[in-house]
Design a protein around this ligand. Structure first.
Ligand code: 5GP
Ligand code: ZN
Length: 137
């Protein structure tokens, strides 16, 4: 993908602070960290969104995210880690090249997700939505 910023990073056409790489995977520091140390795990080849990403690549991305989480805990003293992956602008995705956010978290780091839990009208409403998804699996 010619105009994809993460393809350019993967191809070393624009610089990034790389933490880890192998033949297929690149991990680098997010330029706009939610918490300092925030890293992004990407495939070097362009895939997007998660539903179009081959299972083998997706597995490797997630296993790498796990390794980075451990390295953030051991290397940065993180007390916890958020692992996130956005798909589509409706979900807050800005760069359309699959990437996993690995965000180190510290007790009292001051960041709070706007996790605004809703309620269902009743169990029928929840069951109907569950059935619509269940049928597609
Ligand atoms: P998204 O919202 O697509 O899940 O996340 C995109 C992430 O990529 C953001 O956290 C943003 O800070 C990061 N980002 C965007 N452009 C660049 C860039 O040129 N270099 C680096 N290192 N990170 C970037
Ligand atoms: Zn790309």
């Amino acid at each position: 993908m010619k105009e994809c910023i993460f393809c350019k990073i993967a191809n070393k056409e624009i610089p990034a602070t790389v933490i880890y790489e192998d033949n297929d995977i690149l991990v680098f520091m997010d330029i706009g960290p939610i918490i300092k140390g925030h890293a992004l795990v990407i495939p070097k080849k362009h895939y997007d969104p998660v539903t179009e990403t081959p299972d083998e690549i997706l597995t490797r991305l997630h296993l790498t995210a796990k390794r980075i989480a451990k390295a953030q805990m051991n290397g940065l003293g993180a007390d916890g880690v958020n692992i996130m992956q956005n798909n589509g602008t409706a979900a807050g995705q800005e760069v359309p090249h699959i990437h996993i956010h690995v965000i180190p978290r510290f007790e009292n780091d001051g960041h709070h997700w706007n996790w605004n839990a809703k309620t269902y009208e009743n169990f029928d409403e929840m069951n109907e939505l569950a059935e619509n998804v269940r049928k597609q699996i």
